[in-house]
Design a protein around this ligand. Structure first.
Ligand SMILES: Nc1nc2c(c(=O)[nH]1)N[C@H]1C(S)=C(S)[C@@H](COP(=O)(O)OP(=O)(O)OC[C@H]3O[C@@H](n4cnc5c(=O)[nH]c(N)nc54)[C@H](O)[C@@H]3O)O[C@H]1N2
Ligand SMILES: Nc1nc2c(c(=O)[nH]1)N[C@H]1C(S)=C(S)[C@@H](COP(=O)(O)OP(=O)(O)OC[C@H]3O[C@@H](n4cnc5c(=O)[nH]c(N)nc54)[C@H](O)[C@@H]3O)O[C@H]1N2
Ligand code: SF4
Ligand SMILES: [Mo]
Length: 754
């Protein structure tokens, strides 16, 4: 018997609505949901491969527990007993920081990942927190924290209404967008052009997105902050800066002008390899456009000046009067945001409240750099304890973080490690206990994170499309039980975790004068909550307390879970609207244009005006049918253009004596890897490109398809020492490398594999 069910796609930030065909309890087909209020039927090849991914025979079906050195299948009871027995003695003997937590990217794509990890970290009281954010967007959080007082207040380009989009270090035609949730990003860019708007792309590679652009600037990797500073300088110098209605909300405009004085287009041109006239033109076009948005993504974050570049993106939006304006860059208002508090001074954003033990990296957003995880495990210092036990949820840092070989070794030395992961992969193979979540078809979906970054305010929720198979445990319950086992409450009913959150949240809300439930009885409110289980009750509570919520009856036509369930294709909440000054939480209550940590980092940028690496530098790239390190086991998504090859410009290939397809050895500070060369003028001269997430050739994994074409781990070229100092974000782009034809032996090995 065949039926259909709706499911929001968890595979990238676009959050497309899918219509799944279910036959005999298995997903057999995925199509775009044409009635979805946001995605309107869009689907990409990854979404279309949902059935293969969901049914992957290598997915773990039961927990694994290490027994005499080997991982064996176990019951859930045995697994959680082992977690409690493994973690508690470490925490009790060596203290809270000796238990580390690593949170990976899929946590922002699951309901469980949004609702439980904050409780886990708080419950453990550990400062040893490492997440994918520090190999990704931490610079943007830090710049938002400093500018707006809220690390999560990230302005989003108004794709559907802007007249001019300046896109820096992003390739949404392959990635489908990031920190800008927009199903059918490619179609929205085409619509921008169709309505007469202009698209400028800044990228060292001529990407598919760049090919769509009116203008492509092939900047030298790692120099966007200089380019943007010179653009801001031009606006200020030529009298083009006009923040308009933002002016009363700004602090430090004069100081900003002084701070950027040295960054003239002439001074920046050589370092960026963009001539001064072009820089001026970019600035003038931005100022002249009726509306414009500057949008920077991973290519502007994972570089030595990532925080400065992220800050300058918003400085340009502010100076041209486009921040918080339709057609510019606005702050979304999601349905589970806390009820907006009144505008006014806030507590501000603190940075570096503590430091990592070994290299003294400052914390950012309570996180330490993922680049420092290996040394925090394998290095003993006079001060504090190394990380001796690790909880890894949805992360594969052996491939996604710098120097996988060192981390691989470090993980093998831990007293105890637990992984919550559907696969036995390069990272989870080190775990003493692996707790596998069910496949996505058996999980509910709500986008807590991406709705705060969406180009349109909307709200959607999909329940599990297929009931849990026998022997499966929902990931929400896995994480609730993990919290209890890790914090000395092993054996407690996991629903206690949700009820505790509900009690605390409602208890706080009734005491908050701006809350719609101020003065009411929290017990009475808790009784009003609906939902099939704890996570749904928490969602109902967040919706009802949120900006569109029913306020538990205060606004009877407002949002609540029951209403959302009546709208399975979602509810549209309208276009983004101006919100300032309300989102500001700085101490001044204003946008702080030149925050002290930024000002203190500018001398480093000034030095970069005169720096230019001699040899080749490496950048990454994403392929449409890939996703970081974990989709290479799906045959439908591998092969074709999705291959781990080194892109090399024809001139560089000739100089180095390298032929197309020939195996080459790439050497960086952290090591060397071998990959076939792919000669293409899509990369600029002096730049080579290798995708990340490959290197599936370690023993003890169960990724049978991926192991057949393992590729090379680009992050082995890094040694973990190159960071953006303000955010602790890894430098993954613009890294110096040497490239040479591979020695015969390595070449044969590669040949045998491909
Ligand atoms: N050189 C280089 N390195 C990079 C990048 C780059 O551009 N260049 N990009 C960086 C970026 S942006 C990111 S976000 C990181 C990503 O790096 P990670 O956060 O390590 O994420 P993934 O590599 O996607 O691995 C995700 C893990 O989650 C598991 N998983 C999948 N679905 C689920 C689920 O539903 N529940 C649970 N519990 N687990 C699940 C997978 O099996 C896999 O083990 O990589 C970074 N690394
Ligand atoms: N198909 C697919 N989609 C994905 C992912 C995936 O792995 N595959 N990963 C998801 C994740 S976790 C994320 S964070 C997003 C990322 O989404 P995007 O930010 O769009 O990521 P990329 O496609 O890597 O595009 C980054 C671009 O920056 C360029 N670049 C490199 N260095 C520099 C530089 O110094 N300056 C400038 N201006 N550009 C530079 C690169 O050439 C590349 O084209 O994608 C998400 N979507
Ligand atoms: S664009 Fe992203 S969310 Fe949409 S179908 Fe593709 S992978 Fe899924
Ligand atoms: Mo990411």
């Amino acid at each position: 018997m065949s039926r259909t069910a709706l499911r929001i796609c968890p595979l990238c930030e676009a959050t497309c609505g899918l219509t799944l065909t279910i036959e005999d309890g298995r997903v057999t087909r995925a199509r775009g949901d044409r009635e979805d209020v946001f995605s309107k039927g869009f689907i990409c090849p990854k979404g279309a491969a949902f059935p293969e991914l969901d049914n992957d025979p290598d997915r773990l079906r039961t927990p694994l527990v290490r027994d005499g050195g080997e991982l064996r299948e176990a019951t859930w009871e045995e697994a959680f007993d082992a977690v409690a027995a493994g973690l508690r003695p470490v925490a009790e003997r060596y203290g809270a920081n000796s238990v580390g937590v690593v949170l990976g990217n899929p946590n922002v794509h699951t309901m469980a990942g949004a609702l439980y990890p904050p409780l886990l970290v708080a419950g453990l009281g550990t400062r040893s927190l490492f997440t994918a954010s520090t190999v990704d967007q931490m610079p943007k959080h830090v710049s938002s924290g400093l500018l707006f007082g809220d690390a999560n207040a990230i302005p989003v380009p108004d794709l559907d209404r802007t007249d001019h989009l300046l896109l820096i270090g992003a390739n949404p035609l392959e990635s489908n967008g990031s920190l800008c949730t927009a199903p059918d990003f490619p179609g929205r860019l085409k619509a921008l052009k169709a309505r007469g708007g202009t698209l400028t792309v800044v990228d060292p590679r001529r990407t598919r997105t760049a090919r769509l652009a009116d203008r492509h600037i092939a900047v030298r990797p790692g120099t966007d902050a200089l380019l943007l500073a010179a653009m801001a300088h031009t606006l200020l110098d030529e009298g083009l800066a006009d923040p308009g209605p933002l002016t009363p909300h700004l602090d430090g405009l004069g100081e900003l002008r002084d701070a950027l004085r040295d960054f003239t287009p002439e001074a920046a041109a050589a370092a960026c390899d963009v001539d001064a006239d072009t820089i001026r033109t970019l600035a003038r076009e931005l100022a002249a456009a009726p509306t414009a948005a500057v949008y920077g993504r991973i290519g502007s974050c994972t570089v030595p000046h990532g925080t400065l570049a992220s800050w300058l993106v918003d400085v340009l939006n502010i100076l041209t009067g486009n921040l918080d304006q339709p057609g510019g860059a606005l702050f979304p208002l999601s349905a589970t945001d806390k009820t907006p508090r009144p505008a006014g001074p806030g507590r501000g954003f603190a940075l570096g409240r503590w430091h990592s033990r070994v290299s003294r990296h400052p914390e950012a957003k309570s996180e330490l750099p993922l680049s420092a995880l290996a040394e925090e495990i394998d290095t003993v210092t006079d001060e504090g304890e190394p990380v001796r036990a690790l909880i890894v949820v949805a992360a594969n840092p052996v491939l996604s973080a710098p120097d996988g070989n060192r981390l691989d070794k470090a993980l093998g030395s831990l007293d105890f490690m637990v992984s919550v992961d559907p696969y036995l992969n390069e990272t989870s193979r080190h775990a003493h206990v692996v707790l596998p979540p069910p496949p996505p078809s058996q999980s509910p979906h709500y986008d807590f994170a991406f709705n705060t970054l969406a180009v349109r305010n909307q709200v959607r929720y999909t329940r599990p499309a297929v009931p849990l198979e026998p022997g499966r445990m929902a990931e929400t319950e896995i994480l609730a039980r993990l919290i209890l086992a890790a914090t000395g409450m092993h054996g407690t009913d996991p629903s206690a975790v949700d009820e505790m959150v509900i009690d605390q949240t409602l208890g706080k809300a009734v005491n908050d004068p701006v809350s719609p439930v101020h003065g009411r009885d929290p017990k009475e409110l808790a009784d009003l909550l609906t939902g099939a289980d704890g996570p749904e009750r928490r969602l109902d509570m967040m919706l009802r307390l949120g900006p569109y919520g029913d306020g538990f009856g205060a606004r009877p036509d407002g949002l609540r879970l029951a209403r959302l369930l009546e709208h399975p294709h979602g509810i549209d909440l309208g276009p983004l609207r101006p919100r300032l000054p309300q989102p500001l939480k700085t101490r001044s209550g204003k946008v702080e244009l030149l925050p002290a940590p930024i000002a203190a980092d500018l001398p480093r940028l000034r030095t970069a005006l005169h720096e230019r690496a001699e040899g080749l530098v490496l950048v990454g790239r994403r392929h449409l049918r890939s996703n970081n390190s974990w989709l290479h086991n799906v045959p439908a998504l591998t092969g074709g253009s999705n291959r781990c090859t080194l892109h090399l410009h024809p001139d560089d290939a000739e100089r180095l004596g390298i032929a197309d397809g020939q195996p080459v050895r790439i050497t960086g500070a952290g090591g060397a890897v071998t990959a076939p060369a792919e000669i293409t003028d899509a990369v600029r001269k002096g730049v080579v490109s290798l995708p990340h997430g490959w290197g599936h050739d370690r023993p003890g994994t169960r990724l049978r398809h991926a192991a057949g074409d393992p590729g090379a781990n680009v992050n082995q070229l890094l040694d973990g020492t190159r960071l953006d100092p303000l955010s602790g974000n890894a430098v993954l782009n613009g890294i110096p490398v040497e490239v040479a034809p591979a020695a015969a032996e390595a070449a044969e090995k590669l040949e045998a594999l491909t």
